[in-house]
Write a protein that binds this ligand. Structure first.
Ligand code: ADP
Ligand code: ASP
Ligand code: MG
Length: 344
């Protein structure tokens, strides 16, 4: 069993999805394969924007919804031969109508709860995974689509739900054990609580979905396919002369990601580390490049620093004064005050 995950830029449009499909085709013959996908690049943000506009009673949410629908219909039309398009096109339309119905409700009520936000963003991964499943099937790679909400069980902490591993592991082994398929396609990021209400795993959470499934199924490998050729010594978008890290330990990868290396979503490491499953970070746009493997040991680099990460929009407040000593909650109140009067 192997688990492959393709991020938002890897599935941003038909051209990129074709690259991802070529990679899946190449890998598929080896063993049973689970493919986890993100929403088409930028769609999660657009869905959130639509919901926020509807809540603000701004009718322009309809324009963005149209943009979302057109983007998915266009990708499906480009990817799938005309004779096989009708079922996927009507599925895309049905899903988009559902999003519109929910947004109409938000608009009328001027109310958007965290629970409804999760429901809205879930459609990004539902759309992308259905289109990619249809593409794989049209390309002759019999792929079984499965809703992650029927496997991954969480609490009801909308926006950043906590996984119930024992329930999830049971559901995963029952489903994958019973299915005869050898290629599965699963929407990342989304899950459900014990009442079957949609939840999400936090922004960037598709990496985590893939790791949860890899651990549940004792996969031999987890591959994260993204837009960089592995982990670098710093964020390549910010630093020009970064170096590629060929091998890194779970511990080091976890630290780098916790402190801003966005290439991997921080909670991803935990489940795979427990099982000792190697994680490869590979580039969808340069699959021949070696990438980075995250495993128990790091390579000796001859330096004590593996990489440097950074986090934007952070403020360091230094509070001092004798009035603080022994007064519980003082720093919290200062922070609250500073948030409402940031110029102070
Ligand atoms: P995906 O959509 O595939 O999940 P992300 O945008 O979440 O991709 O993560 C990939 C991005 O992570 C890269 O484009 C890069 O800018 C950023 N990044 C930040 N720090 C690092 C790092 N140390 N090594 C590699 N990429 C990094
Ligand atoms: N689509 C979600 C996001 O943009 C999850 C992911 O891409 O991993 O945060
Ligand atoms: Mg990511």
């Amino acid at each position: 069993m192997q688990v492959l995950k393709f991020g938002g830029s890897s599935v941003a449009n038909a051209e990129n999805i074709n690259k991802a499909v070529a990679i899946i085709k190449n890998k598929k013959s080896v063993t049973k394969t689970v493919v986890v996908v993100s929403a088409l690049g930028g769609i999660t943000d657009l869905l959130l924007k639509t919901a926020a506009l509807a809540e603000a009673n701004d009718e322009s949410y309809k324009i963005i919804l149209k943009e979302i629908e057109d983007k998915h219909l266009g990708a499906a039309q480009e990817l799938i031969p005309v004779q096989q398009q009708s079922s996927v096109l009507s599925l895309v339309k049905k899903i988009c109508n559902e999003v519109e119905d929910i947004c109409n409700g938000i608009f009328l009520l001027r109310e958007l709860s965290a629970r409804t936000k999760d429901r809205i963003v879930s459609y990004g991964e539902l759309l992308s995974s259905q289109i990619i499943a249809a593409k794989l099937n049209a390309a002759g790679l019999a792929a079984e689509w499965k809703d992650a909400r029927e496997i991954i069980v969480t609490d009801s902490n909308y926006g950043m739900a906590v996984v119930d591993f024992s329930a999830t592991n049971k559901k995963a082994s029952t489903f994958f054990g019973a299915s005869a398929a050898s290629l599965f396609i699963i929407p990342g990021f989304i899950a459900a609580d014990k009442n079957n209400i949609t939840t999400t795993l936090g922004r960037g959470g598709s990496d985590y979905t893939a790791a949860i499934l890899a651990a549940a199924l004792d996969a031999s490998v987890l591959e994260i396919w993204t837009d960089v050729s592995g982990m670098m010594t710093a964020d390549p978008r910010l630093v020009t002369n970064v170096k590629h890290i060929p091998q890194i330990s779970y511990q080091e990868a976890m630290e780098l990601s916790h402190f801003g290396a966005k290439v991997i979503y921080p909670p991803t490491i935990q489940p795979v580390m427990k099982k000792g499953i190697p994680v490869w970070i590979k580039n969808t746009f340069a699959p021949e490049e070696s990438g980075t493997v995250i495993m128990n040991e790091a390579t000796a680099t001859g330096t004590s620093i593996q990489g440097i990460s950074s986090i934007n929009h952070i403020v360091l407040l230094s509070l001092e004064g004798s009035g603080m000593v022994g007064i519980p909650g003082f720093s919290k109140d200062c922070l609250k005050h500073w948030r409402t009067h940031p110029s102070m």
